[in-house]
Ligand binder design. Sequence first.
Ligand code: TRP
Length: 326
Amino acid sequence: MQRVLSGVQPSGDFHIGNYLGALRSWVQDQDENDAFYCIVDLHALTSSPNPDELRSRTIDAAINLLAVGLDPDRCTIFVQSQVPEHTRLTWLLECVATMGELGRMTQFKDKRDSSKSDRTSVGLFTYPVLQAADILLYNANRVPVGEDQRQHLELARELARRFNTRYSDIFVVPEASIPSRAARVMDLQYPERKMSKSIKSPLGTVAVLDRPSEIERKVKRAVTDSDTEVRYDPESKPGVSNLLELLGAATGATPESIASSYQSYGDLKSAVSEALIEMLRPVQERHDDLSKDIGSVKATLAKGNDAARAVAQRTYERAAQAVGLL
Ligand code: TRP
């Protein structure tokens, strides 16, 4: 059985882009794999969240993971900061990683404060090393991530190989698992960019918890084009193609194959709203139930943290021995 690990930041509301692009495949992976899912609160600190908000978002992330269908009896859900080996292994890996390779990370280059580079936090710079520790501690064979994480995964692989060569064979070299045809859900208002948790676009983003009327309103106002033909063509018809992509992802069809079933943008939009409402209904019901029982959510996390720690401790001890710590 393969060990699968992935991580999600507790930063803001989950939206259908997260759901269709990642979380849904996590749910599928829990059956044929030994799956570990980590809520990466330490990574979230790199954007200096408000402390109370970070705390509540961490719990909310757990509620969301359970609501979309992760089952703590079939996978391990845990919180990064509650397993101290993540930061301990990060140090060992920081002594293997180089300034040069971290400086080449495009996410770092995009996020650093270009005008005042000496004010960019060190955490933002070493972010990918912590991510490598998340993965390597669990001997993960496969790491399901989005395309934007490809470079971080390549770094994790490189650090594993370098450590293994320099010391001894401790780490499994993980494979990135990047779905070739994951729904790439674009912003409904700006269909040329990805739906994002961090960029504020209230009308362009459909949250997993948006209620039916809210979903209808947003889909109705989604940007299309001045043409009238329903056709899948992301280049010249990004708005309409995104709606087809969404409908396809929600109903299990390809966007090309469903295009001809709709005569007008209005028809297509009604179908998209309906499909999204149906897809999200069970998730929202579970979310509402779980929100009434935070105690049990915390207990689930505590169990997950213990199970994760047992694995992480073994790997960390072997790595610490290998480098010569007492
Ligand atoms: N950096 C990832 C993201 O922003 C989140 C993450 C942290 C992660 N640790 C991980 C993903 C380990 C996969 C494995 O999406």
